[in-house]
Write a protein that binds this ligand. Structure first.
Ligand code: PEP
Ligand code: MG
Length: 325
C-alpha cells in the first residue's frame, strides 16, 4: 500500500471526474514541517501553536514564539500555513497556568475564551505571529469560536496589533487573512454577514462531532457511538458548506476524520475542496479520491441524507470496487 501511495506523490488529488481537493497537513512542531514536502501536501491547514506551550515548563517568551513561527514559514518554503492561536483548556492543560477546577472542561474555559479573557496573551501571540512572518503572507485562525462576537473581538486584537507594529516601523505583511474554526453547532447558525466577514473557515470535526452528538471525544464508551458518516451529521456539514459557498468564503475540514478514506470521499462529495489531516494519511486519501467519481459519491451521500441512513456502507462498497480500501 505504501508503494502505491508513493507512486502518486506528485499527482494531484483529483477524482476521476476531475474534481480537485487540496490536501493539507496538520502540524504542531517544527519537526512536523518536512512532512509537508515529503508527502507532497499543498500546505499546513492547521498549525497547532499550543504544542510549543505544552512542551515547556514555562510560558514561551514572545521572541521564542516569533522565532518558531518564522522557522515554520521558512520550512514551508512558500506553501500556505494556517496558524491557529492558542487552544488550551479542556484536554490541553498548561502545567504552569492556574485554572479553575471545572466539572465540564470541554464546555468550559478554553481556547478563544481564555484568549479573550486574557487579552495580554493573545496580543503577545499576535505580535509574535506578525513579527515571525515579517513581509510574508500570514494566516491566523481562532479556535472554538462559538459566537460571532468572539471572532470580531479576536480579529480586532490581531488587526490592531498589525497596525501598531506597522506604525512602529516593523516590516509587516500586506497579506493578512483571519479566519475561524467552526467547532460548535452554534456557529453554523451565525449571520450571513459573519460568513462573509471571515476570510476563511475550517471545520474542526473532532470537536464539532462531539458537540453535535453530545458525546465526549475522549470517552471510550461513547466516542465511537455516532458515525461521522451518519445522515444527520453529513446533512449538517452540507448546510454549513452551502452557507460558506453562498458567502464566497473558503472552507476546509481539519478534524481527524479527514484522514480516513471513506470520510474523505464523503466530505469531498458534500462539497469540501480542502482537507487537512495528519501527514501519514495524505497518501491513502489521495489514492481514494483518485479512484472514485465524485458524482457517484455525491449520489450516495445525497440519498443517505435524504433517507436518514448512514452513507458508510455504500461509500465503502464503492471504494472496495475501486480497489481503494
Ligand atoms: C478539531 O477539533 O477537529 C481540531 C482540529 O482541533 P483539535 O483536535 O486540536 O481540538
Ligand atoms: Mg478542536
Amino acid at each position: 500500500a505504501e508503494a502505491r501511495y508513493r507512486e502518486i506523490r506528485g499527482q494531484p488529488a483529483e477524482t476521476r471526474d476531475g474534481a480537485h481537493v487540496a490536501l493539507h497537513i496538520n502540524a504542531g512542531l517544527l519537526s512536523d514541517m518536512p512532512n509537508l514536502h515529503d508527502v507532497g501536501a499543498a500546505g499546513v491547514g492547521l498549525y497547532r501553536t499550543e504544542l510549543q506551550f505544552l512542551t515547556r515548563p514555562t510560558l514561551p517568551r514572545r521572541a521564542d514564539q516569533a522565532a518558531l513561527y518564522g522557522r515554520v514559514l521558512d520550512a514551508a518554503r512558500g506553501a500556505p500555513v494556517v496558524f491557529r492561536t492558542l487552544d488550551i483548556g479542556s484536554d490541553k492543560v498548561l502545567p504552569y497556568m492556574r485554572r479553575p477546577l471545572e466539572e465540564n472542561p470541554a464546555l468550559g474555559w478554553r481556547a478563544i475564551r481564555v484568549g479573550l479573557d486574557k487579552p495580554f496573551a493573545l496580543k503577545m501571540q499576535a505580535q509574535a505571529l506578525l513579527r515571525g512572518a515579517g513581509a510574508r503572507p500570514l494566516r491566523v485562525m481562532f479556535p472554538f469560536i462559538a459566537a460571532e462576537s468572539e471572532f470580531y473581538a479576536a480579529r480586532d486584537i490581531v488587526t490592531e496589533t498589525h497596525a501598531r507594529l506597522q506604525k512602529l516601523g516593523y516590516t509587516v505583511t500586506d497579506d493578512l487573512k483571519v479566519g475561524a474554526m467552526l467547532e460548535t453547532p452554534s456557529l453554523a447558525y451565525a449571520s450571513d454577514s459573519f460568513f462573509s466577514d471571515v476570510d476563511f473557515l475550517s471545520v474542526g470535526g473532532n470537536d464539532l462531532l462531539q458537540f453535535f452528538f453530545a458525546a465526549d471525544r475522549g470517552n471510550e464508551r461513547v466516542r465511537r457511538r455516532y458515525d461521522t458518516l451518519s445522515a444527520s451529521y453529513l446533512g449538517f456539514l452540507r448546510a454549513i458548506i452551502a452557507r460558506a459557498d453562498a458567502a464566497g468564503t473558503p472552507i476546509s475540514f481539519c478534524g481527524e476524520a479527514a484522514g480516513r478514506a471513506e470520510e474523505a470521499v464523503a466530505l469531498a462529495a458534500i462539497g469540501f475542496r480542502a482537507l487537512s489531516m495528519r501527514p501519514a494519511s495524505i497518501g491513502r486519501v489521495k489514492f481514494a479520491l483518485r479512484a472514485v467519481e465524485l458524482q457517484a459519491a455525491r449520489s450516495i451521500v445525497d440519498e443517505a441524507i435524504a433517507g436518514g441512513a448512514a452513507a458508510r456502507p455504500a461509500i465503502r462498497a464503492m471504494l472496495a470496487r475501486a480497489g481503494a480500501l
